[in-house]
Write a protein of this length. Sequence first.
Length: 239
Amino acid sequence: MPHSERSLFFLQRLLLILMALVMFAPGSTIANPSSDPQLWLPTPLGQPWRVIQGYGCGTHDDWDFYSLDLVAAHGASAGAAVYAAAAGSILAWVAPSGTLILDHGNGFYTMYTHLASAVSMQQGQHVPRGTQVGTVGDHGAPGLPHLHFTAFRAAGPWGQGQRQSVPLQFAEGYHLPDIGGCNQYAGLELMSGNIPVAGPKYQVYIPYIQPGVDVPQTTSVPSLGTPPQRRWREAMPLC
Ligand SMILES: [Zn+2]
């Protein structure tokens, strides 16, 4: 066939492949199957924050399995504002680890850890979605300021051993189901926004990093320096 027809043919094939990728990409639908509140990223508006430790193993290996440790992709994390992921009320402030817990009703909670400070520690105070609730610090993770974020359900009061974290999805368009493996979503960059957008926005995605396995430099943490290779357990003394 003539060159122009051949080009058109390949262009059509390329479009079909791209459409298939979009249709079947994980997270292309943002469904909230239960009555859980819709969550928004707790990080500053319009700034990319990077997952430096994701779901499973490491220090996220218990009830808090579906937790994310986040740092600013550019600039300092310490002192950055932390926002309520959904409307709720203040349930607890645990000073030693800088942990703030919001109660969203129906046994659903969000937890923000390693905060330098909380805007309010007054139990029961109503917090609208998007309200600043604290600032990022390194309480409980000395020398590595980051935000540990967990959403969980609890059958009884917090701290009674009946907690279970839930896989996260954010209104900005990030759907982060359990995909198996260790340190899920490490390296992913997430950007807070006010307008929900459709589709996944994975930028860097390294799904199956096992303990002790060397990871590429792209997953190293800027604040720890960037040697050519690091073992993630050593590189991430996180909580
Ligand atoms: Zn953590």
